[in-house]
Design a protein around this ligand. Structure first.
Ligand SMILES: Cc1ncc(COP(=O)(O)O)c(C=O)c1O
Length: 415
């Protein structure tokens, strides 16, 4: 077991951090230790200039001309390729559009269409719920479709994959536990059974290196408002492997996915390439915030990011277990860092008031029902000193019982 670091050791970690200069690129409120970038990433300073220019100059002055003059129309593809670089997707396979939920619907339908003789969707019982809700929605439009769930129909996903399975929908990193799946191995297993795989990268994009092309993934979706820092409600992305682009058909056949949208023809003729995964007019101001956020990512070495993420999460686990022992907190994330994303969860029967007490003291993480407190570590702006301070405040709250104050038990609408 490694020795518990002291404050001097923590300061040395920050001094030696190759990403430490990145923190200045973000707006972070004074007195806040932000450990919720896995839910809503912080604003980067470059976002404000982009938003201002898009609103004042382009919308304000160029008006409708901006669709051509300022590149608005092609922005979903341009930003898709920039995200593609972070998720191991060569250009032309990723587009920014709609929400993750909608993109799951599109991807699942398209994937089912590639396996017309099969009727089973495999997913995870402990998935982020929207994935399952959307799978139910797809199943309701295709009579005879069966959903098989890991944790319900079998403990292990491998046992659910056979020659009936059309598509496997999986999270690369689980939203609650932070457990990281082996993308290459599971994709191979799906392909051996003749199934297509859809990866949900919500907790992966911008959190760790991903290699979709290298793993021969079929489809992927993900959001840009978490680790990519695209802003609240920022548009999501969808990836479709090049080999499927000619045949993959998504059901939301809106005019932005048409081969000739400005010919205003009758009848839908899908565009060639990833454009066909668009539906309708996209939120340009939100896309511009995302564009500003992505400027930072052009400079980030993903291997350095992953190394820091592992060091931050390891440190957090080590300090919580050493300093908060005996207070009923149980690690809910894999201890092995190679099987963990960039977040750490602990369970406690009073998780909700504990998190509220932390937030009042300036440590912002979040709560996931029924008894998880969740902390996201974003290597671009989280320091080792933040981890040290956050654990100190958690220890104080647990030791003093401060979380028991009645005001912390009052539930807000968004947790
Ligand atoms: C794994 C996962 N999928 C999907 C979503 C959300 O999808 P949407 O952006 O459509 O709300 C989340 C949101 O936290 C998520 O964690």
């Amino acid at each position: 077991m490694t020795a518990i670091p002291d404050l001097a050791a923590i300061e040395a970690m920050d001094a030696n951090d190759p990403l430490r200069a990145m923190r200045d690129r973000f707006v972070l409120p004074e007195g806040v230790i932000y450990l919720d970038g896995n839910s809503l990433g912080a604003a980067s300073k470059s976002v404000f200039a982009e938003l201002d220019r898009a609103a004042r100059e382009e919308w304000g002055q160029d008006l409708i001309r901006a669709w051509n003059k300022d590149g608005w129309f092609d922005m979903p593809l341009e930003l898709g390729d920039r995200i593609g670089r972070l998720i191991g997707a060569a250009p032309g396979q990723t587009v920014v559009a709609d929400t993750t939920s909608i993109n799951i619907y599109k991807a699942l339908h398209a994937a089912m269409g590639l396996r017309p003789d099969r009727s089973v969707i495999v997913a995870e019982g402990n998935s982020f719920p929207t994935d399952l809700y959307m799978a139910e929605g797809v199943a309701s439009t295709r009579p005879g479709t069966v959903l098989r769930l890991e944790g319900v129909d079998s403990d292990h996903i491998d046992d659910l994959i056979d020659d009936q399975v059309a598509v496997v929908l999986v999270n690369h990193v689980n939203y609650k536990s932070g457990e990281l799946r082996d993308m290459a191995a599971l994709t191979r297993r799906c392909h051996e059974a003749g199934a297509v795989v859809v990866w949900d990268l919500c907790h992966t994009a911008g959190a760790l290196p991903v290699d979709l092309d290298g793993a021969s993934a079929d489809f992927a979706v993900g959001c840009s408002y978490k680790y990519l820092n695209g802003g609240p409600g920022a548009p999501a992305f969808i990836y479709v492997a090049e080999r499927h682009l000619a045949d993959a058909r998504q059901p939301l056949s809106g005019w932005w996915g048409h081969a000739r949208p400005f010919a205003f023809e009758q009848g839908f003729d899908a565009s060639a390439g990833i454009r066909r995964f668009q539906c309708g007019t996209q939120p340009i101001l939100s896309l511009r915030a995302l564009k500003g956020a992505l400027d930072i990512w052009d400079e980030v070495d993903m291997q350095a990011l992953r190394a820091k993420s592992i060091a931050l999460t390891n440190l957090f686990i080590q300090l919580v277990e050493a300093r908060c022992a005996g207070f009923g907190l149980t690690l809910g994330s894999p201890r092995d860092s190679t099987r963990r994303g960039s977040q750490v969860s602990f369970s406690h029967e009073h998780a909700y008031p504990i998190m509220q007490a932390l937030i009042e003291r300036g440590v912002i993480g979040d709560f996931r029902a029924p008894e998880t407190i969740r902390f996201g570590f974003t290597p671009l702006y989280t320091s080792f000193g933040d981890v040290w301070q956050a654990v100190g405040i958690l220890e104080d709250i647990m030791r003093s019982g401060a979380w028991q104050a009645p005001r912390f038990a009052v539930r807000a609408a968004v947790t």
